[in-house]
Structure formats: structure tokens, C-alpha cells
Design a protein around this ligand. Structure first.
Ligand SMILES: Cc1cc2nc3c(=O)[nH]c(=O)nc-3n(C[C@H](O)[C@H](O)[C@H](O)COP(=O)(O)OP(=O)(O)OC[C@H]3O[C@@H](n4cnc5c(N)ncnc54)[C@H](O)[C@@H]3O)c2cc1C
Length: 303
């Protein structure tokens, strides 16, 4: 696949999808690339209650609606894992595992990857009880006990989702207080089959062929215990997914893409949008905001 287009959009999450909608409405040609399914992280979220227009919608349903909307413009997602981006003269070459796309503009909207616990057993039991996606794998554990690790909105949301059909959720958090919306904290605290395991760090995922427990240690008392769980769902934060940007030097010290108010990096015509950029709030609404701003700026420059 070697193609030429006006704008290459890397990542078909809310940021990339919104940029596509705005650009197609301006009759600008785009290639929308993703290495996985359209919709990005929204696909892996059980329920969304803070996206305007929907009181409550499941992540996969919202992702489906995003996809439907770009299909109305005749856009298909092109499969490709972006490995590198080069700029020569005024053209970018976006190099994927399946060919190269040449374009004058690039919008980089690759989101983030889940931060790992980095404890023994985590890699060994991935797919055998360790999962970073409750909405994908949770139903395998109906009637069983599971652990969710983390203290932010994602951890609490997914713990509540799992509590609807598992026997028990141990919610393991390294502090006493949560960094999550008060509404979620209240719901979690009043859910009878969620047991809080606070001030606790994870030590190891244990099992034979499949997970049979999560070893944790109370950071204050030093007491260790083995939580009898069949699955562990870590939600302890994100790391920016910036493979492909190494040559362009547009990242801050934490690896996020630095952009200006038009979502442009210091490299002319290279834009960042969504969770991958340096910002304070990583949500669907802020990702769609970024995609729209980048697309409108490109539209103005293309007139
Ligand atoms: C469990 C969980 C629950 C959440 N709940 C909510 C919520 O209730 N409300 C809310 O507003 N937000 C929620 N969020 C956050 C929200 O999902 C993100 O803010 C949003 O999806 C960011 O959109 P994005 O387009 O920047 O990136 P993403 O949605 O992460 O999409 C990035 C896309 O880029 C692709 N990609 C990455 N690297 C490459 C590459 N090298 N080549 C090609 N493609 C690549 C990925 O496959 C992905 O499809 C939640 C997140 C999680 C993890």
C-alpha cells in the first residue's frame, strides 16, 4: 500500500475520527490509519456517562456510532501500524508495516497505552487472567472473584462494571483516597460486592497455568496477603503511544506531544490531537475538541 493524500491521520479514536469528519466536510482527502479497530479506547470502556448527547452509552456502541459517521463520508479505516514518520521538503512520509503514505499534513492521534504494574506474573499471565480490558474479557469471569488495580476514574468505572456479574471485586489501591469523580467513589463504596484493599501495593500475580491469586502488601503495616482471584485488571495509568515520532523531537519529558493552540507541533504541518498530547484532561470530549481544532487549521491552510 503506497498512497498519496492531503492529510494522514494516525489513530482512529475520538480525536482522529473528529478530524476526519471536519476535513471530509471541507472536501479534503484523508487517509485514516489505525493498527487496530476504529474508535480507539472507547471500544474498551464499559459505560460512558459524560459524553453529551447520551445519558449513558456503552463504549462499543459509541465507537460504532463514530465509525458509522465517517462511513457516511465514504471513509474506511486503513489498517497499518505506524513505525516511523519522516519529513522531506514539505512532504511527510508515514511509514507503516504495510507501506507508505505521503501527505502534506499529518495529524498524530495515537492515544495512550496502559501502564503496566511491572510485577512478576504480569506478562506470564497476560491473556490467562491478566487483562487490560474489562469490557473485552470480564465476562469470562462471571461468578468468580477478580481484582481491579488502581484508584482513578477508569479503575472505579471498570470495577463497577465487573461488579454487575462477578462474585466479588477486590479494588486494590496504593492510597486511602481515590483520584476519581465523587459520584463514582460513592457508587463503589455502596456496592456490596466490591471490597476495598487500600494502602496496598501489588507484589505478584500468582497461578499455575491460569491466574489463581494476586499477592498484595499493605504499605503501612507491611502485612502481605494473597487475594483469591481468577483475573487481574490493572488500571493504573497511561503512557503516550508515540512510536513513529522519534526522529521529529516533538515530545516533552514524559513523552507527550507538545502542541500550540492550533494543535500544531514545532514541525510545520505536523499536528497532535487527543490523549497523546500534553494536556490536563484526557477524555473523549477533549480528544474530539483537539481533532476539530487541528482539522480546521489544516482546512484554513488548504484554501
Ligand atoms: C477504562 C477506560 C475508561 C474510560 N472512560 C471514559 C469515560 O467514561 N469518558 C471519557 O470521556 N473518557 C473515558 N476514557 C478516556 C477516553 O477513552 C480517551 O480520552 C479517548 O479515547 C482518547 O481518544 P484519542 O483519540 O486521543 O485516543 P484513543 O482512543 O486511545 O485512540 C488512539 C488510536 O490510535 C491507534 N494507534 C496507536 N498507535 C498506533 C500506531 N503506531 N499506528 C496506528 N495506529 C495507532 C490505536 O489503535 C487507537 O485506535 C476512558 C479510558 C479508559 C482506558
Amino acid at each position: 500500500m503506497d498512497r498519496k493524500t492531503d492529510v494522514t491521520i494516525v489513530g482512529s479514536g475520538p480525536a482522529g475520527i473528529t478530524a476526519t469528519i471536519y476535513l471530509k466536510r471541507a472536501l479534503i482527502d484523508v487517509v485514516l490509519l489505525d493498527k487496530y479497530v476504529p474508535g480507539g479506547k472507547v471500544n474498551f470502556t464499559a459505560e460512558i456517562e459524560n459524553y453529551p448527547g447520551f445519558n449513558k452509552i456503552s463504549g462499543p456502541d459509541l465507537a460504532g456510532k463514530f465509525f458509522e459517521q465517517i462511513q457516511n463520508f465514504g471513509v474506511e479505516v486503513t489498517y497499518g501500524d505506524v513505525l516511523d514518520i519522516e519529513k522531506k521538503a514539505d512532504q511527510f512520509k508515514v511509514i507503516t508495516d504495510d507501506g507508505t503514505i505521503t501527505s502534506k499534513f499529518v495529524i498524530f492521534a495515537t492515544g495512550t497505552d496502559e501502564r503496566k504494574m511491572n510485577i512478576p506474573g504480569e506478562d506470564e499471565f497476560k491473556g490467562k487472567g491478566v487483562s487490560y480490558c474489562a469490557v473485552c474479557d470480564g465476562s469470562f469471569y462471571k461468578g468468580e472473584s477478580v481484582a481491579v488495580v488502581g484508584g482513578g476514574n477508569s479503575a472505579l468505572q471498570e470495577a463497577l462494571y465487573l461488579s454487575g456479574f462477578v462474585k466479588k471485586v477486590f479494588l486494590v489501591h496504593r492510597r486511602q483516597g481515590f483520584r476519581a469523580d465523587e459520584l463514582l467513589v460513592k457508587k463503589v463504596k455502596s456496592t456490596s460486592n466490591i471490597e476495598l484493599v487500600l494502602d496496598s501495593v501489588t507484589l505478584a500475580v500468582e497461578g499455575k497455568e491460569l491466574v489463581s491469586g494476586l499477592r498484595v502488601k499493605n504499605a503501612i503495616t507491611g502485612e502481605e496477603k494473597l487475594l483469591p482471584v481468577k483475573a487481574v485488571f490493572p488500571y493504573i495509568g497511561q503512557i503516550p503511544a508515540t512510536k513513529g515520532l522519534s526522529k521529529l523531537q516533538v515530545l516533552d519529558e514524559h513523552g507527550y506531544v507538545i502542541v500550540d493552540e492550533n494543535m500544531e507541533t514545532k514541525v510545520d504541518n505536523l499536528f497532535g490531537a487527543g490523549d497523546v498530547v500534553k494536556k490536563n484532561l484526557r477524555q473523549i470530549v477533549t480528544a474530539t475538541n483537539d481533532g476539530a481544532i487541528a482539522a480546521i487549521e489544516i482546512t484554513h491552510r488548504s484554501l
